[in-house]
Design a protein around this ligand. Structure first.
Ligand code: NDP
Length: 276
């Protein structure tokens, strides 16, 4: 089965749109970009379009090329203090001379849509969205007792993915570039999440027939998009998400839903402060 992301993403966006309408919410997303990376421009546009479809106001802040880390920091501080801004995204990557790590931590946790700051209220959107895809196609308790392998240990995808799968009672192995014999783990896996940025890394001979593969990778080769799994040869023996059209749309839908969740959190905190 091909695990398409769009129907799952559409369902999340539809629920979000209805909730915003019913509660007459006025929400706003601010995306800060460097304006220099063409792929980032596409991702930012997708996020803004999804916000628009749900009635969330949005602003794209394209920083001048000459901007320094200090200039970005000033912009983040401004948005942190702007009562009209519900959520902030710092669209990565930024130019190499900008200190991304330092800037991420400057985003107020209650406005951190991506879930990248150390004090984030929610996990990063990509792994959270992957759980939603698995719940949609497999059912809520499916992961319990499963052997899961995550390939890639970044702080925004692989590592939080391993934590989330563990929280669903899967037995999780986290592989990375120093794992000597990855097939030893993947061959025995019921579910594999591959997030390495290495096109077609996961091959047919590495997996068990009937397993489920979630392909996070986005690799552009000669203008075409490829995932980290060898989709052509895996689709007949596994359930697999396509690239494009799998995890990508779900990440975007998750971050739109996240804006509503952040707004709820802020309101809950305010009402608790009032009763204290
Ligand atoms: P990073 O580059 O931060 O991390 C890559 C990870 O893969 C590292 O842990 C690295 O290991 C591991 N790795 C690299 N090569 C191999 C290998 N040959 N065997 C095993 N492990 C390997 O990438 P991200 O996690 O940020 O992103 C991964 C991919 O997912 C990218 O293609 C990115 O574009 C895509 N992505 C897609 C999203 C979506 O919404 N669809 C969202 C976010 C990312 P080590 O730690 O040892 O270096």
């Amino acid at each position: 089965m091909i695990l398409q992301g769009k129907p799952v993403a559409d369902a999340v966006l539809e629920r979000t749109r209805a909730y915003i309408q019913q509660n007459n919410l006025k929400l706003k997303l601010a995306i800060i970009t460097s304006g220099t990376d063409p792929a980032s421009a596409i991702y930012a546009r997708n996020k803004m379009n999804a916000c628009a479809s749900c009635g969330i106001d949005h602003e794209l802040i394209s920083m001048p090329e000459s901007s320094t880390t200090k200039d970005y920091a000033k912009m983040i501080a401004h948005l942190n203090n702007d009562p009209k801004t519900t959520g902030i995204i710092l669209q990565l990557p930024l130019p190499s001379f900008i200190n991304e790590k330092q800037l991420i931590e400057l985003i107020a946790p209650e406005k951190d849509v991506d879930g990248f700051t150390k004090k984030a209220k929610f996990p990063p959107c990509t792994p959270a969205g992957i759980l939603t895809i698995l719940d949609y196609y497999k059912g809520k308790n499916w992961l319990e007792g499963k052997n899961a392998v995550v390939i890639g240990r970044s702080s925004i995808v692989g590592s939080p993915m391993a934590t989330l799968l563990t929280s669903r009672n899967a037995t999780v192995t986290l592989c990375h570039s120093k794992t000597p014999d990855m097939t030893y783990y993947t061959k025995n896996a019921d579910v594999i999440v591959v997030a390495t940025g290495k096109a077609k890394l996961l091959k047919k001979e590495m997996v068990k027939e009937g397993s489920t593969i979630i392909d996070v990778g986005i690799n552009r080769i000669d203008g075409k998009l490829y995932g980290d799994a060898d989709f052509e040869n895996l689709q007949d023996i596994c359930d697999i998400t396509p690239v494009p059209g799998g995890v990508g749309p779900m990440t975007v839908a998750t971050l739109v839903a996240r804006i509503v969740m952040l707004d709820k959190e802020v309101k809950k905190q305010k009402s608790q402060e009032k009763t204290m």
